[in-house]
Design a protein. Structure first.
Ligand SMILES: O=C(O)CCC(=O)C(=O)O
Ligand SMILES: [Fe+2]
Length: 279
């Protein structure tokens, strides 16, 4: 063969499939060499196929909130501050953000929420409305959208970083977990089988994304866990975990929970984002 071997689209496709099927790069290079390819060409072709298999942000699902990661930025411009991109996962779609809130914002949210906390409720599975649920042993409250200056500032930041209209966001919810308290794994979208879902969906449609912001750092425990992908995000003050789910379906792998707090306490603020305007 000549030294100007060129890799055909068919070969690229085959390499990508082999990599997805679990073939090692070394084995693939060896089989290409056996088939007459120059080692250098084979190495480059396999490396290119590996890159092709990596998640391409421009192919992100439309119709859900999503930070702009197209240019591989490690830091996002949130308007009034720079937010760090700490981890990016394709499926479930999870992005961990660093420095989303500053310490003063975290403290202000906790202090504004503290006098208004009551035992958290979840949407009732049997009747219209919500009820106290043993799976959720935290205490919580909701801020109306734009409830105070800090809430407004944080809501504007969320809309900008996640490219999602502020009007599609529910009011921020603050949760407080004492030692032993947890939020057992659940999906944030509304389950079509529940009696109350039809009336909930009239206000802005389904939830399609969640941002959980950590308002303090517990001493031990309290991670946000994604059991299906065996992933845990540690709750560090000021950081946030974002995840999205284009369909209200377990295939999104967005089952998640708040692991029990083992020592200290845990405060989070959650913003749920709807498909349409949440009025
Ligand atoms: O506390 C956590 O880490 C998770 C909170 C959560 O799942 C929610 O607010 O929907
Ligand atoms: Fe949740």
């Amino acid at each position: 063969m000549s030294t100007t071997q060129s890799v055909t689209p068919e070969l690229k496709k085959w390499l990508r499939e082999q990599l997805i099927a679990g073939q090692s790069s070394v084995d693939l290079v060896q089989s290409m060499v056996k088939a007459g390819w120059h080692q250098k060409v084979a190495l480059e072709a396999v490396a290119a196929a590996k890159l092709d298999n990596w998640f391409k942000p421009e192919e992100a699902t439309p119709g859900v909130p999503e930070p702009d990661l197209r240019r591989g930025g490690c830091v996002l411009d949130a308007g009034d501050r720079q937010v760090q991109v700490l981890m990016v996962v394709e499926r479930p779609r999870v992005v961990v953000l660093g420095g989303f809130l500053d310490d003063l914002e975290c403290d202000a949210l906790v202090e504004a929420a503290r006098p208004r906390m009551s035992r958290s409720e979840t949407v009732s599975e049997v009747q219209d409305g919500s009820e106290v649920n043993m799976a959720r042993t935290s205490r919580g409250m909701f801020f109306e959208r734009g409830a105070n200056d800090v809430v407004s500032r944080v809501e504007a930041r969320i809309a900008r970083v996640l490219n999602w209209p502020l009007e599609n966001g529910e009011g921020i919810q603050v949760l407080h977990y004492q030692p032993g308290a947890e939020y057992q794994p659940h999906y944030d979208y509304f389950d079509a089988r529940h009696a109350s879902t039809a009336s909930i969906l009239k206000r802005g449609g389904q939830r399609v994304g969640t941002l959980v912001m950590y308002l303090n750092t517990p001493l031990r425990g309290g991670a946000t866990t994604f059991p299906e992908s065996k992933m845990a995000v540690q709750p560090i003050k000021g950081n946030a975990v974002f995840f999205s789910y284009p369909t209200p379906d377990p295939s999104t792998l967005t089952l998640h929970g708040g692991a029990p707090v083992l020592e200290g306490e845990k405060w989070v603020a959650t913003k749920w984002m709807r498909q349409g305007r949440f009025a």
